[in-house]
Design a protein around this ligand. Structure first.
Ligand code: GLN
Length: 206
């Protein structure tokens, strides 16, 4: 399995590191031809307004959107979630080509500014151990379409969701030492992964 990581801007190197720790082949994607032969793709966190500007005119987003719509599994984290969301609550990216494909409504920067970034436990569906999540100028998922499943919550709000093979997270699962979120995405695609960067785990609840 080859996993692409959108490499226009943001925390793409950290995702590549996690994928390497899981024993998977990966590739940085910056041009349409980099999509050839990919089995899935991760859209990293960073700054969505920079990503849409850098992508403009390259043909990458139209090609990527077509691949996603024909079944390429995709996981958008933070800014990547903003690219994937079918609806945003504000018009700040109006006029720019985004991707869409995940039936959620997202509010950009709803968790506050850079200095209000925080780490918090995320309660994971089907896992007793919380995930230690990093939120940086994070987008909030404020609406879910019918086919969207909640896989993780923070303070009662969905922060990790999936709609079939399209996954989204408000936080940065690639920061830290816990690879369970990547493992969950990749396992759902049938990938066999070795034990990833897991040096410590959040305390068990209850
Ligand atoms: N606030 C950023 C944006 O709107 C996302 C922040 C992040 O990816 N850490 O793109």
């Amino acid at each position: 399995m080859i996993v692409g990581v959108l490499g226009l801007q943001g925390a793409f190197r950290e995702h590549l590191t996690v994928l390497g720790s899981l024993g998977l082949a990966s590739r940085t994607v910056t041009r349409p031809e980099h999509l050839d032969g990919l089995d899935s793709i991760i859209l990293p966190g960073g700054e969505s307004s920079a990503m849409v500007r850098i992508a403009a005119g390259t043909g990458l987003f139209p090609a990527l959107r077509a691949r996603i719509h024909t079944g390429l599994p995709v996981f958008g984290t933070c800014a990547g979630l903003i690219l994937l969301a079918d609806r945003l609550t504000d018009d700040s990216l109006e006029g720019f080509d985004r991707l869409g494909g995940l039936d959620v409504t997202v509010s950009r920067n709803a968790y506050g500014r850079q200095r209000e970034s925080f780490c918090a436990p995320v309660a994971m569906t089907g896992d007793d151990a919380d995930f230690p999540a990093t939120f940086i100028r994070a987008p909030q998922i404020v609406g879910l379409g019918e086919g969207v499943e909640v896989l993780g919550t923070h303070a009662g709000t969905p922060v990790l969701v999936r709609q079939g093979t399209v996954w989204g997270a408000s936080f940065h699962p690639e920061l830290g030492t816990d690879a369970r979120v990547h493992e969950g995405f990749l396992h759902s695609l049938g990938a066999s992964v070795q034990r990833g960067i897991v040096a410590s785990r959040a305390p068990r609840r209850g």
